[in-house]
Design a protein around this ligand. Sequence first.
Ligand SMILES: [Zn+2]
Ligand SMILES: [Zn+2]
Ligand SMILES: [Zn+2]
Length: 163
Amino acid sequence: MSEEHHPHTGHNHNDCIESALETAEQLCAEQGQRLTKVRRRALELIWESHRPLGAYQLLAKLAEEGFNSAPPTVYRALDFLLAAGLIHKVESMNAFLGCVHADKAHKGYFLICDECHNVMEFDYQDIHASLIARAAEQDFELRSETIELTGLCSACKKAGASL
Ligand SMILES: [Zn+2]
Ligand SMILES: [Zn+2]
Ligand SMILES: [Zn+2]
């Protein structure tokens, strides 16, 4: 795979992976859960980049490495990681993204770059609060919210400008 720009230019992505795995170990220990080999490897593969990974891509990678990659095994691992808040599902891409602050309960709101397909989380408590308030005005009980914005990330904007 070619060297591609990251959402945060010049950042050391190994640090992202390391800290994600560390947080995962810690959260699992706190919750009395086991970060089994397949769960851990699935998380690591999802964290290979800031581009979300589809279930089938994950399945193929795990199979290549000799894991039991029967779909139920992989889907159970994904369910576990989602429930633990370690990954998010990016609905419009039907793919999974490692969460950068898994230790804090939050909604995943996403900025999706059309060019490089990197996805960044953005944290807007005020959007969440106003959604709940607007829904309540209509006596609507909110159960899910999907906020996925598309556009051009800072790195791609710069790359475009320098052409
Ligand atoms: Zn990174
Ligand atoms: Zn998150
Ligand atoms: Zn981009």
